[in-house]
Design a protein around this ligand. Structure first.
Ligand code: SF4
Ligand code: SF4
Length: 134
């Protein structure tokens, strides 16, 4: 795959048109069937300024898809009806997916963008005891 253009390689004020053809009916198509233009936020990387990234732990994930529904960038990936990871080319590191994850411990946690995912998984916290209501 060719190197994706970074966000700061566009001229200031650039307008990116996402599709090669018109947008009529495009939402009814699967992503793979859409004709994205070469310079769009789908085909180019728009996440290089991220400071923290979410890491997914499939060992605790219950595949509820809350994160998939709430991610504002459609950056949660799925495969065979299961959550399969995060699209780091588009994820902005907002942390919404972590906030809405209901498991204990959470199945998505934020780590420094430079941290290796395998290392992050080794540091995963243990299940926390429930706090008693008083
Ligand atoms: S951090 Fe934000 S952009 Fe990235 S996957 Fe989570 S919700 Fe989506
Ligand atoms: S919200 Fe958490 S438990 Fe639900 S699918 Fe996403 S990572 Fe898995």
């Amino acid at each position: 795959m060719d190197k994706l253009k970074d966000w700061n390689e566009f001229e200031i004020g650039s307008v990116l048109f996402p599709f090669k053809k018109g947008v009529d009916g495009v939402m009814e198509l699967y992503k793979c069937e859409r004709t994205y233009s070469g310079d769009s936020s789908f085909t180019d990387s728009v996440a290089h300024w991220r400071v923290e990234k979410p890491v997914h732990n499939s060992e605790v994930c219950i595949n509820c898809f809350n994160c998939w529904v709430f991610c504002p960038d459609s950056a949660i990936l799925t495969s065979n009806d299961k959550l399969s990871g995060v699209d780091y080319v588009h994820c902005k590191g907002c942390g919404v997916c972590v906030d809405v994850c209901p498991t204990n411990p959470k199945s998505l946690l934020m780590f420094n963008d430079h941290k290796d995912n395998e290392e992050a998984l080794r540091e995963w916290p243990e299940k926390q005891p429930k706090k008693r209501e008083v």
